[in-house]
Write a protein of this length. Structure first.
Length: 625
């Protein structure tokens, strides 16, 4: 019997020898690879922390002791050994286990995560709460070198060093966030690794001193402690973490399970904040993922033998955005591109190659990215910030204070708007229309297809009177027709796509294709609906709305965004201000978190299908079956 089949909880792995743990690590990697080859998922991050996961659960008495996984996309081994092995085949599937830690799944999942940088804050809150309540257990925050540069993580380190709580932070250093980690802190960590000789010398000297007679050994070690700081400064310049009040341990080989266990046992009962620097390799155990860690950070189904994707995807909004950025940049030297650790995911890899000096990857620092862009715009450039919808929320204050208030011409290319699928509620872009519409001076667009996206990007870069945000979904629209005629993008103007005498539908973004398909279905039942593409969520096309409401005084708005404060709400406020006697129905996402699953399944769940919308149309316009 394979060892993995005997593991139903961390208590089971504590019965194993180190050699058994090594074999178990191999079996866990095999299961992760086989599963993600079918379901897709965060393969490379999870492969990189298998030994680390086993060592943590081996030494610390989880679930009494607690492990907080920053981001959580590296938690697959953790899920497998905490009672979810038999359900692991359902990873990221509708109704299956989530791809991130989820408290509703297991007592071992201490905190629901999905965004980076919060683990140290959570862990510090837990240990402080334990102290105030008189509890005595250990809490470990596992954070990557890409996440530790986030402002929130640095704030938490600063506070933890001052509070001097019994907190353990494990820094998983693989030189990658999603792409290769960049910035001064990444360079600093590299210097620590190259200074590993210092740590070896210290350990060897410490062991040697222990062989002296007891009284001499104690005095020698006391003297050694006084010399240690000088030695450290010679060989490892300015250890940042110790200056912040942490006891620094490392760097440790993150794939040497014996060394990991020995290290965690040595610090298990130490007091005060401790940072353990663990060096791992993203994708460890699967050669394609080691060679292409950025591509295998999050992957769709793939062929295990070759690593090649099983599904040849049609061109996406993301790809069209990247191509158009290069085209615009060739003729406009003011255009620069900014990403927050997501170069490949946002489609900027070609731009990075063509214009390396006009490309800026700031790491997982969305707040800085936005204000950095504001400074670039103030300097006369045309910055385009490419960012996922869910992550743009992290910089809302900067959007308001540093961009909109200054009325600066920054362009925001907002990918993964709406429901993104298998990554679930932490990654759905269900709120951007609501918070962008509320910001003064912000112009907001949403393309119905890839051609519109390119036209809108041209408009946005040329627009001088303030910031512009363009939001678009994951994947493609299925609508693109290069021969189709369409109106130019003019500020605040929509486009009528279909005439109708029985009522009207005003859709935006991804809702346009669904609205057109639903209108075609109800036409077969005798209901002729006008369908318009709003194009702009702000400013809205008031003339177009007046024209549509004149058709039987009934109007339906459609948006893949929460109904609270979204596009439909903006239309409603206009109708109210104009005192128009129009009955309005707003179709959008309800006020709840939507779980993970394939995008098409989630769209079915929320009623965003032509079949469901066609029935909504029939009911609203009182057409009986």
């Amino acid at each position: 019997m394979a060892i993995i089949e005997q593991i139903n909880s961390p208590a089971d792995i504590r019965k194993l020898t180190v050699q058994d743990l090594k074999k178990l690590a191999e079996e866990i990697r095999e299961l992760i690879i086989k599963t993600t080859a079918k379901t897709g998922g965060h393969l490379a991050p999870s492969l990189g922390v298998v030994e680390l996961t086993l060592a943590l659960h081996y030494v610390f008495k989880t679930p009494t002791d607690r492990i907080i996984w920053d981001v959580g996309h590296q938690c697959y081994a953790h899920k497998i050994i905490t009672g979810r092995r038999e359900r692991f085949s359902t990873l990221r599937q509708y109704g299956g286990i989530a791809g991130f830690p989820k408290r509703s799944e297991s007592e071992y999942d201490v905190f629901d995560t999905g965004h980076s940088g919060n683990s140290i804050s959570v862990a510090l809150g837990l240990v402080t709460g334990d102290r105030l309540r008189g509890d005595n257990r250990r809490t470990v925050a596992v954070i990557g070198d890409g996440s530790i540069v986030t402002g929130m993580a640095l704030e938490a380190l600063n506070h933890a060093g001052a509070l001097k709580q019994d907190l353990i932070v494990v820094l998983n250093d693989n030189e990658m966030s999603i792409a290769r980690s960049s910035g001064a802190i990444a360079n600093y960590l590299n210097r620590i690794i190259t200074g590993r000789i210092y740590n070896r010398l210290k350990e060897d000297a410490w062991q040697l001193l222990g062989h002296l007679p007891r009284d001499l050994s104690d005095r020698a070690r006391l003297t050694a402690r006084k010399l240690e700081e000088g030695l450290k400064n010679l060989m490892v310049p300015s250890l940042l973490f110790e200056e912040l009040g942490f006891r620094y341990v490392g760097p440790i080989n993150g794939h040497n399970i014996a060394e990991l266990i020995q290290t965690f046992r040595r610090i298990e009962h130490l007091k005060g904040p401790i940072l353990v620097h663990v060096v791992t390799r993203k994708g460890e155990g699967y050669l394609p993922a080691v060679r292409y860690p950025e591509r295998f950070h999050a992957t769709g189904p793939f062929d295990i033998a070759t690593g090649e994707p099983l599904i040849t995807a049609s061109p996406t909004f993301t790809q069209h955005f990247g191509e158009k950025m290069v085209e615009i940049a060739k003729r406009d030297s003011r255009v620069v591109a900014i990403t927050a650790g997501m170069c490949l995911g946002t489609g900027l890899a070609i731009f990075r190659e063509k214009f390396p000096h006009r490309f800026f990857d700031v790491g997982i620092c969305e707040q800085h990215a936005i204000t950095f862009a504001a400074g670039l715009a103030q300097a006369g450039l045309r910055p385009v910030v490419a960012i996922y919808s869910t992550f743009l929320l992290r910089g809302l204050d900067q959007l308001l204070q540093d961009v909109c208030l200054q009325k600066l011409p920054v362009v925001f290319a907002i990918d993964r708007a709406g429901l993104v699928g298998e990554d679930g509620p932490t990654h759905h872009g269900a709120y951007d229309l609501s918070y962008l519409i509320m910001l003064p001076e912000m112009t907001v667009l949403a393309p119905r297809d890839e051609i519109d996206l390119k036209m809108m990007l041209e408009f946005a870069v040329d627009y001088k009177d303030g910031p512009v945000a363009i939001r678009y979904p994951r994947g493609g629209s299925g609508l693109t027709d290069s021969s189709s005629e369409r109106a130019a993008v003019e500020l605040g103007q929509g486009e009528l796509l279909r005439d109708g005498k029985d009522g009207a539908v005003l859709a935006i973004g991804s809702g346009v294709a669904t609205a057109l398909a639903a209108a075609q279905l109800v036409a077969e039942r005798g209901l002729q609906l006008a369908v318009a593409d709003a194009r702009f969520a702000k400013p809205i096309d008031e003339k177009l709305i007046l024209r549509l409401t004149a058709i039987r005084n009934r109007l339906i708005t459609i948006e893949e965004n929460t109904l609270l404060g979204g596009f439909g709400n903006a239309v409603s406020l206009f109708l109210e201000r104009m005192h128009l006697p129009c009955r309005l129905m707003r179709v959008g996402l309800q006020d709840r978190f939507i779980q993970h699953g394939p995008r098409e399944v989630l769209l079915e769940e929320v009623g965003f299908t032509p079949e469901h919308l066609s029935q909504v149309f029939l009911d609203f316009f009182q057409i009986k079956g």
